[in-house]
Write a protein that binds this ligand. Structure first.
Ligand code: HEM
Length: 139
């Protein structure tokens, strides 16, 4: 369960980072494809198109962290869909690391150990719920 404090830290830092850097997700995909070039082949579209989808989903997920009963079924379904795209569990680890690196680079001084730990917990929650959904539907 995510604590209220972690949720608030993530929401606050996200607002601050995206206010100064709206291209955050394009930066993210550039980093992702440099870090893990083999992942590029999974994506049929451009990094820009993908950035728009991930950004929308992250907005929704972050704004719904307080109501996990609504968010969880959505993430489980998304995880199932991802399995059909060929996404494997190990990919979530790479994605999480690159996302945190991207945010840390943008956040500068704002990226304290506490903020970093809060983001780690939230990204883990999102990934774990998606993986749960993929496993449940594969079973
Ligand atoms: C935090 C975890 C993630 C979130 C929130 C997320 C979000 C999304 C969203 C919203 C879409 C568009 C809706 C859909 O097609 O179902 C999507 C598509 C996709 N995602 Fe993710 N994703 C995540 C993790 C990953 C990972 C780890 C990979 C693999 C490296 C990945 C690869 C893809 C691919 C291949 C598509 C389909 C692209 C297309 O058909 O245009 N995603 N993702």
């Amino acid at each position: 369960m995510l604590s209220r404090n972690k949720i608030e830290l993530v929401k606050h830092s996200y607002k601050a980072v995206t206010a100064v850097r709206p291209e955050l997700y394009e930066d993210f995909y550039t980093r992702l494809f440099v870090t893990a070039p083999d992942i590029r082949a999974l994506f049929p579209g451009t990094a820009r198109a993908q950035a728009v989808k991930l950004e929308a989903m992250m907005q929704l997920a972050l704004s719904s962290l307080d109501t996990p009963e609504m968010l969880t079924p959505l993430l489980r379904k998304l995880g199932h869909d991802h399995a059909t795209y060929g996404v494997e569990e190990k990919h979530y680890i790479v994605l999480g690391e690159v996302l945190l690196d991207t945010l840390a680079a943008q956040a500068g001084d704002l990226w304290t150990a506490e903020v970093s730990a809060a983001w780690f917990a939230v990204v883990n929650f999102i990934a774990a719920t998606m993986i749960d959904g993929a496993r449940a539907m594969a079973a």
